[in-house]
Design a protein around this ligand. Structure first.
Ligand code: OGA
Ligand code: NI
Length: 348
């Protein structure tokens, strides 16, 4: 069908429409603060964006452009390698880091290749999703031999974007009326990762997606996209897919599932997807910011009261993560684990 493998073909209702609407996009927030009340104003802009969209872009964020350009260069050099070369650093059943070209989202194959690396090396995670299994496994990164500067450049980039993620976490805490460091302790042994996404040109962009519709499972995502475009988010008010306009050197920030739960649904983890095109390849680099494996995610006490009871039951981040990671790259019959599974009866 359409010259592409059936595994990539989306159900008709999931396929992208060719005409995208022109709309005002998500807020663009300038992170440089000055004067009295600067921080409060910034936090309040972020809070508004998190409530309305769950997405925003930031400029003047402090990550050096020169470093971002170097990472973009090594990413391109890596994905340009012959497939046999890339597969030398392939993800396997015991270690989910490294190169991968068979990811599925909601059981349809994504039109993309990825390279995943943990921000902390080693990272500690539960050995299995089984709640009674207390074994903890140690994960380390796999690295390709080429390009030679790949490892060092990616590690340096992780450190810088991680700083931005911690800064955003503080601003988000403030925006919820909480102390700046309220969420920071959850990330003492963070389990996040950096992903390099490569979306090759697709002969049937009307049938496939680069990434099918999904919500990010972690706490926060900090994404660099190139100038091609393709990321779309689902607008809460009418379910319409809204394209996110590339802005040079900006980062796209989105609230992911744990923050939706901590905020007791004040903030949204919005659905998004990536459309592909037949002419241009596209690169994007998300940093997925995840809590420590032992963190129990539940609505924050300060945001819950009798009138506004907790909308979620507590869940273990590590178990949730391992459960979802296992199902990410296998085609499963059932839908994978989502935070909706932890909704309390009161919230219905
Ligand atoms: C993701 C994602 C968006 C993009 O990798 O989870 O949503 O623009 N990527 O590549
Ligand atoms: Ni995503």
């Amino acid at each position: 069908m359409g010259g592409i493998d059936q595994a990539f073909v989306q159900e008709p209702e999931q396929r992208p429409k060719s005409s995208t609407i022109e709309v005002d996009g998500i807020p663009v927030i300038d992170m440089s603060v000055s004067g009295t009340g600067g921080i409060e104003k910034l936090a309040s802009e972020i809070g508004n964006a998190c409530r309305k969209w769950g997405f925003f872009q930031v400029i003047n964020h402090g990550v050096p452009l020169e470093l971002r350009q170097r990472v973009e260069k090594v990413a391109k050099a890596f994905f340009d390698l012959p497939i046999e070369e890339k597969r030398k650093a392939k993800r396997d059943d015991l270690n989910f880091t490294g190169y991968h070209d068979e990811e599925h989202t909601k059981n349809v194959r994504d039109w993309k290749e990825v390279f995943d690396m943990l921000i902390e090396d080693p990272t500690f995670l539960p050995a299995s999703p089984d709640p009674d299994d207390e074994e903890i496994r140690t994960y380390s990164n796999k690295w390709p031999e080429n390009p030679p500067e790949f490892r060092e450049t990616c590690q340096e980039y992780c450190r810088e974007v991680e700083k931005l993620a911690f800064k955003l976490l503080e601003l988000i805490s403030l925006s919820l009326g909480l102390p700046a460091n309220r969420l920071s302790d959850f990330f003492k042994h963070q389990t996040g990762m950096l992903r390099l996404n490569y979306y090759p040109p697709c002969p049937s962009p009307e049938l496939a997606l680069g990434v099918g519709r999904h919500r990010d499972g972690g706490a926060l995502t900090v994404l660099a996209q190139d100038d091609v475009g393709g990321l779309q988010i689902r607008r809460q008010s009418d379910g319409e897919w809204i394209p996110i306009k590339p802005i040079p050197n900006a980062y796209i920030i989105n609230i992911a599932d744990a923050l939706q739960v901590w905020s007791n649904d004040l903030y949204v983890s919005a659905e998004h997807r990536v459309v592909v095109n037949s002419e241009q390849e596209r690169f994007s680099i998300p940093l997925f910011f995840f809590p420590s494996h032992y963190v129990k995610v539940a609505p924050l006490d300060e945001l819950v009261n009798e009138q506004n009871p907790a909308k979620y039951k507590e869940y273990s981040w590590g178990k949730y993560y391992i459960n979802r990671t296992g199902s990410n790259y296998k085609k499963l019959e059932a839908e994978n684990l989502q935070i909706d599974h932890f909704k309390t009866p009161e919230s219905e």
